[in-house]
Design a protein around this ligand. Structure first.
Ligand code: FAD
Length: 647
């Protein structure tokens, strides 16, 4: 076995998006020697793609805003299934995290009087998204990278080595978290370019690997989103929470086919864009659910007045939370009132002067011009739902970001569950990354510091097992389990396409019992075939090999999504059951946990035929009374179960 690089660190952060970088900065600033590992080039993480902005109740544009209002909006958006303590910490700390970014060199757009500008977004009562045009994620990552470089320069001045306390391993993929008993002892991975294996020994590992979108056919997500962190946690023995909640963003491009799914930012609607069907009707007025009736405009005139006078008018229903808008678009298309390519129309051209569109939405202008030959200053865009974000994720302790059940494992960012409940509000991810990235780095550093004399050792057998697992695609015709019958190996790309199609068609935006059962059967078939996923050639930059390894992760998380979706017999947020169309108050306080059972105590292997995901229900902790007091009783009655109200 050829482990070429073996190093010792205090904290290893897997992922260099917003959450990973913020965690790494915090861990290093608290004295931990910290390594950051990322699959792509440093600075290329998914966070770069974030467009609309960071939600933080700074009250710059409307002084009525404060953390309590933000907390309320977040809980409403998540249909009260949010881990409320996370929502509280998030609303409270997000403004500080945005200010901090400015002190590190970020430059946000300004209001006329020089404050950080904030824009409207769906589900947010006030303009709340601090932004840099529609390229906010790029500025966020640029700033965090710059901060890392400045810390490395500090370290160089002290130690003569830039990487003595903070080192980035780019284009490296982690395939296993290693453990000593129940405790984390490090990670195993491979360098994408050379194919060589490495082990980083560390008592604390922060998982910050983002989402799972590449398990679905139509998605706004980049190639990195193969659910690696979710699977790493499962395989290490940590449970995933509420994986049924997958956000389908209402507005992805639908045409041409090569760009289907690419995101059309919500800022388009926040800045005045409207949705129309093929009859020219602003159909969202027909889709305001009861729980939101009092908060949204009932006529186009009122909705339009809101942009100028938000204090005396209600917001237009195009700015309902994403789950509502996505379902409405789906219904219009299904009813035969869609656009020529199976979406609906999103129009800014009749709502703003061309020069304002080009200034406020530069990326959208170029995206449509270059990819679809559509000039959004002169004609409407065609848009439809696209798999965008996963609310489910690693179950964590709210304050510390510690993964449940595995000492030394932490998680932050999109890979962590709980914060957003059943549906995330736009802009709440970037703030989540900073708030909980910082907390994860802080507590990982503290945990590691507390273990200095008794670090869990790395088990050599686990390294051998991880290496053999990683090499299996090269011997798919050989004696690997399930692959010794002389049949030719499976093509990983074919398996991936079949998986994406199944998840899109059978566990997509609208779900039905029979279809989800079919999905589970299909996943079982794919799991067996994936053990035969074979590749030719060698380990130097071999994308087929990388995909073969990613397939394990996508299949695991897809099984979690399908099993949890089948179990939850109601519709809530990013989980819509055609056979159970209403939100059911009895499910309000129920979490679904997915776990792998570990009969051996060593590295977990999954059973390809039956899967090894077990699902358990858990009653959530009651929402603290002072937080409940922020809502009107009439509103709580719509969400909370009888006994919760009584209490
Ligand atoms: P990421 O930024 O995706 O970083 C994940 C990191 O993990 C990467 O470095 C990756 O290389 C690494 N990684 C993954 N697997 C492995 C592995 N096995 N080994 C090693 N490294 C690994 N949210 C908002 O709040 N506001 C917005 O305006 C907004 N706009 C968006 C626009 C688009 C087009 C999209 C797709 C999303 C948008 N979001 C927005 C959502 C938000 O961007 C993401 O939820 C967020 O960036 C996730 O950040 P993260 O740090 O959790 O993960």
């Amino acid at each position: 076995m050829s482990v070429v690089d073996r190093q010792d660190w205090d904290v290893v952060v897997v992922g260099a998006g917003g959450a990973g970088l913020r965690a790494a900065i915090e861990a290093r600033e608290r004295g931990a020697r910290t390594a950051v590992i990322c699959k792509s080039l440093f600075g290329k993480a998914h966070t770069v793609m974030a467009e609309g902005g960071i939600a933080a109740a700074m009250g710059n544009v409307n002084s009525g805003d404060n953390w309590e209002v933000h907390f309320r909006d977040t809980m409403r958006g998540g249909k009260f299934l949010n881990q409320w303590r996370m929502a509280e910490l998030h609303a409270n700390e997000a403004p500080d995290r945005v200010w901090e970014l400015e002190t590190w060199g970020a430059l946000f757009d300004r209001t006329k009087d020089g404050r950080i500008s904030q824009r409207n977004f769906g589900g947010h009562e006030y303009p709340r998204l601090a932004h840099v045009g529609d390229r906010t994620g790029l500025e966020l990552i640029r700033t965090l990278q710059q901060k890392i470089v400045s810390l490395q320069q500090e370290d160089f001045r002290e130690t003569g080595d830039y990487e003595s306390r903070l080192k980035v391993f780019q284009e490296c993929t982690v395939t296993r978290v290693l453990k000593d008993g129940d405790k984390v002892s490090g990670v195993f991975g491979y360098e994408r370019e050379s194919g060589r294996f490495f082990v980083l020994e560390a008592p604390a590992v922060v998982i910050a690997t983002g989402g799972i979108g590449k398990s679905f056919k139509v998605t706004s997500n980049s190639w990195e989103y193969t659910g690696d962190g979710h699977a790493l946690a499962l395989l290490a023995g940590a449970p995933l929470l509420n994986m049924e909640f997958v956000q389908f963003h209402p507005t992805g491009m639908v045409w041409p086919p090569s760009v289907k799914g690419i995101l059309v930012t919500e800022s388009v609607r926040g800045d005045g864009g409207v949705l129309r069907n093929s009859e020219g009707k602003r159909f969202m007025f027909d889709y305001i659910p009861d729980v939101f009736k009092e908060k949204y405009a009932q006529s186009e005139e009122e909705g339009d007045r809101w942009y100028e006078d938000p204090d005396h008018n209600r917001r237009p229903p195009e700015l309902l939370p994403r789950d509502e808008v996505a379902r409405a678009i789906n219904s219009e298309v299904k009813a035969g009132r869609g656009s020529p390519h199976g979406g609906v129309f999103l129009d800014v051209s009749t709502r703003m002067p061309a020069e304002v569109i080009r200034r406020r939405l530069p990326s959208m202008y170029h995206q449509f011009k270059e990819l679809a030959d559509v000039d959004i200053t002169a004609e409407a865009m065609e848009v439809g739902p696209t798999c965008h974000y996963v609310m489910g994720g690693i179950a964590v302790e709210s304050d510390t970001a510690a993964a449940r059940g595995v000492p030394g494992l932490f998680a932050a960012g999109e890979v962590a569950g709980g914060m957003h409940g059943s549906n995330r509000l736009g802009g709440n991810s970037l703030s989540d990354l900073l708030v909980f990235g910082r907390r994860a780095g802080w507590h990982a550093a503290e945990y590691a510091a507390g273990l200095t004399d008794t670090r869990p050792p790395v088990d050599e057998d686990q390294i051998d097992t991880a290496a053999a697992e990683a090499l299996r695609p090269f011997s798919a015709e050989g004696p690997a389990p399930g692959a010794d019958d002389g049949r030719p190996p499976e093509n990983p790309y074919t398996l991936h396409q079949e998986l994406q199609q199944a998840m899109n068609d059978l566990v997509g935006i609208i779900r039905r019992e029979g279809e989800m059962e079919r999905a589970l059967e299909k996943l079982a078939d794919l799991r067996v075939r994936a053990r035969r996923a074979g590749v030719e050639g060698h380990r130097q930059f071999n994308p087929g090999w990388h995909l073969s390894l990613d397939l394990r992760n996508m299949l695991l998380v897809s099984e979690c999504v399908a099993r949890a979706a089948l179990e939850r017999t109601e519709s809530r947020g990013g989980h819509t059951r055609e056979d159970h169309p209403a939100m059911d108050r009895k499910w309000r306080n129920v979490n679904l946990l997915c776990a792998l059972t570990d009969p051996t105590g060593g590295l977990l292997a999954t059973d390809p035929v039956s899967g090894q995901i077990t699902l358990t229900r858990e009653i959530t902790e009651p929402i603290r009374a002072d937080l409940l007091a922020l809502f009107e009783k009439e509103e709580l009655v719509k969400y909370l179960a009888e006994e919760e109200l009584y209490e």
